[in-house]
Design a protein around this ligand. Structure first.
Ligand code: GDP
Ligand code: PGA
Ligand code: MN
Ligand code: MN
Length: 594
């Protein structure tokens, strides 16, 4: 390891030629009082040393080296297993700028509150300085940050999830600016936990949690909350979207970006393997990203997208050879598992893994007892490099990004919402995104299965007022723009028996195919007040086993149900007052009156 020292570095003498970075590190160290400071270079040797240290102190448990080479299990504190939205704050000078969609605190008060927690919190610990780049190192769309943390687990995860270390530091020194992220696991006490964002200051302060979305600051905090704020002023979009390439039998690839709330199918769709028949015909899905998408208009007027991340932080439960073979192949080695169970021979295990191995230990490290709940926490995760995924596309490393043909919104909706429909135009598409609702999942603390509004799957992640955010989306509709078509999907419609009506997973390709045919103009669809639905026969259902009546429920339009839905949407938009763009309210009213 390089540059570990007991003393605080003098300004200018530390790990960077950038004075502003050194000074910030010095200031942070003066506040947090670490025993040592380590500037991360991202090398293999550094990682090996960190992993060895974590194995020695029990932070990581090595898994079966024969079946899962170079893979580890981390058990988090049992009270620290998901994002904490009620403790996540956006601290803009004006409360209105954060909007009713965010928890807010005045910046001065917020700094004072969290700095009191940081005071001396790294005594006895090493402070790691992690320079990282979100997006390909050479892309003009990429942005850099530096995370300072006292958690080696965070370092190991950031190394997988971002382009971390020397090349990122070189870019930061060239550009002279970076997002500052200060993180400490603190005491892992839920009563002493905050995730704070200061968009105007390009600053994040996170205390008291080691969980992914709260602690890997490049991900949700930087690449969504801070970036969405930056994107608004710079004319681009930072979205909670997967990006995939859909290659047709002629070899033509369309790129699709899709926003689903956490634990609603992004990773699965991004890695989809086409169903029988499609596969043989030559259809193929290429993975660009599974969680975050940054996009901006190119010279030709199309939106070009990059995945700012370098790895996947995927939901483990439900991942099987059947549901997501690409994910399973990705996590055979070099993977960090968090809060999964283990088998007698020390292999990782979770509910829905789809083979006959059995867990003996649960995610808390206790003997597995089905009566005490699942072996793997419902929000247990794997962290793995995107390069390990068999479907990972070369285009994901392309500095220019990929042109987006279609944007898809979707959520968990047990009733009403059909399998797929298409927005009439961009403004309608923005309304479709704004109208999104979904049942809550285990990705955030709190009740599961409760319907809530989650516009564009950004409720937990938009770093500013949703009314301004919708206005920003609307602003892309300009002369010369070649905007993607906008669709809405619902893989989670349930029948009266409570079972999913649609098989989902690989069969979702049938729906993507219809979208691409709409883009190319070879599917007609049928007009309804909510948009264009597939005509009978336009979605190939050959070989799909559907329950009686399922087809009509999946592909039908329920006028009365939608009337109530649109009334509720009108009330929701009104909550934002006059700040809500008039065009969006007019669109809502136009449809409500049909
Ligand atoms: P993400 O958090 O949005 O990336 O969601 P994931 O792709 O990890 O999926 C979250 C959960 O939803 C997992 O338990 C999946 O098995 C499940 N899931 C994903 N896609 C589908 C689908 O098409 N149909 C159904 N019924 N479940 C799905
Ligand atoms: P997810 O990402 O969208 O894959 O669940 C993590 C999260 O949202 O916390
Ligand atoms: Mn996410
Ligand atoms: Mn995911």
């Amino acid at each position: 390891m390089n540059a570990i020292s007991k003393d605080l570095p003098a300004p200018g003498s530390a790990g960077s030629t950038l004075q502003a970075l050194n000074q910030w590190v010095v200031d942070v160290a003066a506040l947090t009082r670490p025993d040592a400071i380590h500037w991360c270079d991202g090398s293999d040797a550094e990682n090996a040393a960190l992993v060895a240290k974590m194995e020695a102190d029990g932070t990581l448990v090595r898994l079966n080296e024969q079946t899962h080479p170079q893979s580890w299990l981390h058990r988090s504190h049992p009270d620290d297993v998901a994002r904490v939205e009620h403790l996540t704050l956006v601290c803009t000078p004006e409360r209105e700028d954060a909007g009713p969609n965010n928890h807010w605190m005045a910046p001065a008060q917020a700094h004072a509150k969290i700095d009191a927690l940081f005071d001396g919190c790294m005594r006895g610990r090493t402070m790691y300085v992690i320079p990282y780049c979100m997006g390909p190192i050479d892309s003009p769309l990429s942005r850099c940050g530096v995370e300072v943390t006292d958690s080696p687990y965070v370092v190991a995860n950031m190394r997988i999830m971002t382009r971390m270390g020397a090349p990122a530091l070189a870019r930061i020194e060239r550009e002279g600016s970076f997002v500052k992220g200060l993180h400490s696991i603190g005491e892992l006490d839920p009563e002493r936990r905050f995730i704070m964002h200061f968009p105007e200051e390009l600053t994040i302060k996170s205390y008291g949690s080691g969980y992914g979305g709260n602690a890997l600051l490049g991900k949700k905090c930087h690449a969504l909350r801070i970036a969405s704020h930056q994107a608004r002023s710079e004319g681009w979009l930072a979205e909670h979207m997967l990006i995939l390439g859909l290659e047709d039998p002629q070899g033509k690839t369309h790129y699709i970006a899709a926003a689903f709330p956490s634990a609603c199918g992004k990773t699965n769709l991004a890695m989809l393997i086409p169903p029988e028949g499609y596969r043989e015909a030559g259809w193929k899905i290429w993975t660009i990203g599974d969680d975050i998408c940054w996009m901006r208009p190119g010279a030709d007027g199309r939106l070009y997208a990059i995945n700012p991340e370098a790895g996947f932080f995927g939901v483990a439960p439900g991942t099987s050879r059947k549901s997501n073979p690409n994910a399973l192949a990705s996590i055979q080695s070099h993977t960090i598992f968090t809060n999964v169970g283990v088998t007698a021979d020390n292999q990782p295990w979770w509910e829905g893994i789809g083979d006959d191995r059995q867990p003996v230990t649960d995610w808390r490290g206790e003997p597995y007892d089905a009566a005490k709940g699942p072996a793997a926490h419902p929000n247990s995760r794997f962290t793995v490099s995107a390069k390990r995924c068999p479907s990972y596309s070369d285009k994901a490393e392309d500095a220019q990004g990929v042109p987006i043909s279609a944007i898809v919104f979707g959520g968990r909706r047990a009733s009403l919402v059909p399998l797929v429909f298409e927005a009439r135009d961009w403004t309608h598409g923005v309304l479709v995104g704004a109208a999104m609702g979904s049942e809550t999942t285990a990705a955030a603390t709190g009740a599961v299965g409760v319907m809530r509004r989650d516009p564009m799957a950004m409720k937990p992640f938009c770093g500013y007022n949703f009314a301004d955010y919708f206005a920003h989306w609307l602003s892309f509709d300009q002369p010369g723009a070649q905007l993607p078509k906008v669709f809405h999907v619902n893989w989670f419609r349930k029948g009266d028996d409570g079972k999913f009506l649609w098989p989902g997973f690989g069969d979702n390709l049938r729906v993507l195919e219809w979208m691409i045919r709409r883009v190319d103009g070879s599917a007609e669809g049928v007009e309804t007040p909510i948009g264009v639905l597939p005509q009978a026969g336009e979605i190939d259902l050959e070989g799909v086993a559907l329950a009686p009546g399922a087809r009509d429920m999946l592909l039908g339009f329920d006028r009365e149900g939608w009337r109530a839905e649109f009334e509720a949407l009108g009330a929701y938009l009104a909550e934002y007052g006059p700040r809500m763009p008039e065009a969006l309210r007019a669109e809502q009213q136009r449809i409500a009156e049909q």
